[in-house]
Design a protein around this ligand. Structure first.
Ligand code: HEC
Length: 129
């Protein structure tokens, strides 16, 4: 039967299901955004501890010579890895710590490092500006 009133009913059903899909999609996007922001605001205890320590640039320079010059050059001028003279201006300390300990950008390896040593390295990198 295809009376005008039954057609209207079918159309209403269609409207409801597209509204449902729209709501579901919106909810999914909202949840994804929530997780994403929670992830970037989550405090990493290693980073928090490192940032609370006053680093020593001289000790950091030694650590740099042992671990980093092979790729970043003897005076951090860049070689396989980029020049690090502007690194502390272009990146937050948090990002630099992540760069060193996470190994997210091969071929740069991740380093297992004490917070004190990381703070020293950061202090050294800050002297390069
Ligand atoms: C095996 C080679 C290698 C070693 C060893 C290495 N790096 Fe790297 N590093 C790289 C490469 C390659 C990049 C660029 C990665 C990319 O973003 O594509 C990089 C990027 C970086 C960056 C980001 C620079 C920018 O402007 O994006 C920092 C900071 C850094 N390295 C610090 C260090 C420190 C500190 C050490 C020593 C503890 C170190 N690296 C050891 C290869 C290396």
């Amino acid at each position: 039967m295809n009376t005008p009133s039954s057609k209207a009913l079918i159309n209403q059903d269609k409207k409801i299901s597209s509204l449902r899909i729209f709501l579901l999609a919106t909810a999914t996007v909202a949840i994804l955004i929530l997780f994403w922001t929670m992830g970037s605001f989550k405090e990493d205890p290693f980073i928090t501890e490192t940032l609370s320590i006053q680093g020593e640039a001289i000790s950091g320079s030694k650590l740099f010579k042992i671990n980093c010059v092979g790729c970043h050059g003897i005076s951090a001028q860049g070689f396989v890895g980029p020049d690090l003279h502007e690194a502390t201006q272009e990146m937050s300390d948090k990002k630099i710590i992540n760069q060193v300990i996470r190994g997210l950008t091969p071929p740069m390896p991740s380093f297992e490092i004490e917070p004190q040593s990381m703070a020293d390295l950061l202090a050294y990198l800050h002297t390069l500006n």
